[in-house]
Design a protein around this ligand. Structure first.
Ligand SMILES: Cc1ncc(C[n+]2csc(CCOP(=O)(O)OP(=O)(O)O)c2C)c(N)n1
Ligand code: SF4
Ligand SMILES: [Mg+2]
Length: 495
């Protein structure tokens, strides 16, 4: 039957592109001659024609097509650079009736996120992926892509891609077709009407495979970026047909759809009670040794602590010692460090959670019960995460006195200056530990547990510095100094 091609807006697009900022709501943001708009049209048509607008989810990349969601009148989600296959995996696994359409450029797919796509293909996820190979990083101004041709001039290879330095273009369709799981792999081009019609067929086939739950379909599309390749549209098409296809031959690399059974995967479970039952089939008995202290009587609710400062101030060590103290008092504890990118002088913080039951999230990023700040930027950044009735402890040597909410409590001492009097600024963290102990004794502990506080701290310091007895001794001195040196004390819990 002869097919009639209508030149009209596909029903898979919005009537007007109202999500697009600025006054122009009828045109796409792509440059004239760009292939993205053509491929968008093929996808929009296929989704509408196959009646999938309610089930389709477009998984968008980072690259010129980052704004694909301006145009498609069905679900879409934006991902971090190169991570579309991981997000698409979650969407198809969460509800196998979703029709998941991955859309990625060559920088996104074949460079920053290359492992992601290979793993998704190898798992045979039920998704289709459209891979726009324009041999360049378009959005960022024309840097060399993994698919740039040998000798191709780009912003980062001004003398032409030198394969001795940067290797050869990666043939992604060929690679994916070597895995066992993918069902369909084809490479098309958008360089002529004939090629566009072949691409149209491939797009439909890939989407239909997914509706039929046949698994992973991959369509690589050779596409033009005339702006960055500094070519007119005609010249661009010739480049695709004459140069790109030499390296990236068009054709079907794999098509096993007719022989594949629909994929069967376990039905996802969402009810929290059922998830808990599966994760923790039975409550495990805690092995309690006679030498253990009885479990602390304070804090029936989970306690969340955040410690922050510069890298090198002992933020992470202080957190670790505090977690060890929790362990010695028979709490379940977690210690989660977060390092800044620099070794020294950057920022560092850690989260510690004490719980008599299971520790949920080990990340203390809101409703912290205790906030310890060792420098001004940390105070500025994290004070808002202190709970309404939380306690703040800070180093007055380096931080201005803050204003807090009526239910909160503040303790401060000149930890860095006090550490200097002991000859080593690095023990400021143990000075702070002493202040925490003083605060605990004042606000929360009673009787034997109060009397045991120093012993617990001493054992935790010894355990942490087990291989350095002299350092352990100095930190113990710093602890004792901190315990008696609190100078700022106000707020709801101060007696
Ligand atoms: C984590 C991260 N690294 C780098 C960037 C910068 N960046 C934005 S788009 C892009 C390359 C996109 O190229 P490609 O995937 O080929 O898409 P095209 O624009 O050519 O369609 C890069 C490196 C970013 N946004 N995020
Ligand atoms: S820079 Fe290239 S890929 Fe990006 S919109 Fe323009 S032509 Fe298309
Ligand atoms: Mg590109």
């Amino acid at each position: 039957m002869k097919e009639i091609v209508k030149y009209s807006r596909p029903q898979g697009f919005f009537e007007r592109f109202d999500r697009r900022p600025g006054p122009i709501k009828t045109n796409m943001h792509y440059c004239p001659g760009c292939g993205h708009g053509v491929l968008h049209k093929l996808i929009a048509e296929a989704v509408a024609d196959l009646g999938l607008k309610d089930r389709a989810v477009l998984v968008c990349p980072v690259g010129c097509s980052v704004f694909a969601y301006y145009y498609f009148d069905f679900h879409s989600i934006e991902c971090a650079h190169g991570r579309a296959p991981a997000v698409a995996t979650a969407i198809t696994r969460a509800d196998p009736e979703n029709v998941v359409i991955g859309y990625q450029g060559d920088g996104d797919l074949a460079s920053i996120g290359f492992n992601q796509i290979l793993q998704a293909a190898n798992r045979g996820e039920n998704m289709c992926v459209f891979f726009v190979n324009n041999a360049i990083y378009g959005m960022t101004g024309g840097q060399m892509a993994p698919t740039s041709l040998p000798g191709q001039k780009t912003q980062t290879s001004p003398c032409g891609r030198n394969v001795a330095e940067t290797g050869y273009p990666i043939r992604v369709a060929e690679m994916i077709s070597q895995f066992q799981a993918p069902v369909y792999v084809e490479r098309c081009a958008l360089s002529s009407m004939k090629n566009i019609m072949a691409a149209r067929k491939a797009v439909r086939k890939a989407i239909q495979n997914q509706v039929d739950k046949k698994g992973f379909s991959f369509v690589e599309v050779l596409s033009g970026c005339p702006i960055n390749l500094k070519m007119k549209a005609k010249q661009m098409n010739e480049f695709i047909d004459e140069q790109m296809t030499k390296f990236f031959p068009l054709g079907v690399y794999k098509d096993e759809a007719a022989d594949r059974e629909p994929i069967q995967r376990a039905t996802p479970i969402f009810e929290p009670a059922k998830v808990k039952e599966l994760l923790f089939p039975e409550e495990t008995e805690r092995a309690v040794d006679d030498s253990y202290r009885p479990q602390a009587s304070v804090f029936d609710e989970e306690r969340r602590i955040k410690i922050s400062g510069f890298g090198g101030q002992g933020v992470l060590s202080l957190g670790y010692i505090l977690a060890t103290m929790g362990k010695l008092r028979n709490f379940n504890v977690s210690w989660l460090p977060s390092y800044g990118p620099e070794m020294r002088g950057g920022t560092a913080n850690c989260s510690i959670v004490f719980s008599k039951g299971h520790v949920g999230s080990p990340q203390a990023d809101h409703n912290c019960n205790l906030m310890i700040c060792l420098n001004q930027p940390s105070m500025d950044k994290f004070l808002g995460e202190l709970s309404e009735e939380g306690v703040l402890l800070y180093d007055t040597s380096t931080i201005k006195q803050p204003t807090v909410k009526p239910g909160q409590t503040v303790y401060g001492l000149a930890a860095s200056d006090l550490a200097n009097t002991l000859g080593d600024q690095r023990v400021a963290n143990s000075v702070i530990l002493g202040a925490i102990a003083a605060m605990m004794e004042e606000c929360f502990l009673e009787g034997e547990e109060k009397a045991d506080m120093d012993r617990v701290a001493y054992e935790a310091i010894q355990e942490h510095f087990a291989k350095k007895p002299a350092v352990a001794e100095l930190n113990w001195k710093a602890y004792q100094l901190g315990k008696t040196s609190i100078t700022v004390k106000f707020g709801a819990r101060v007696k």
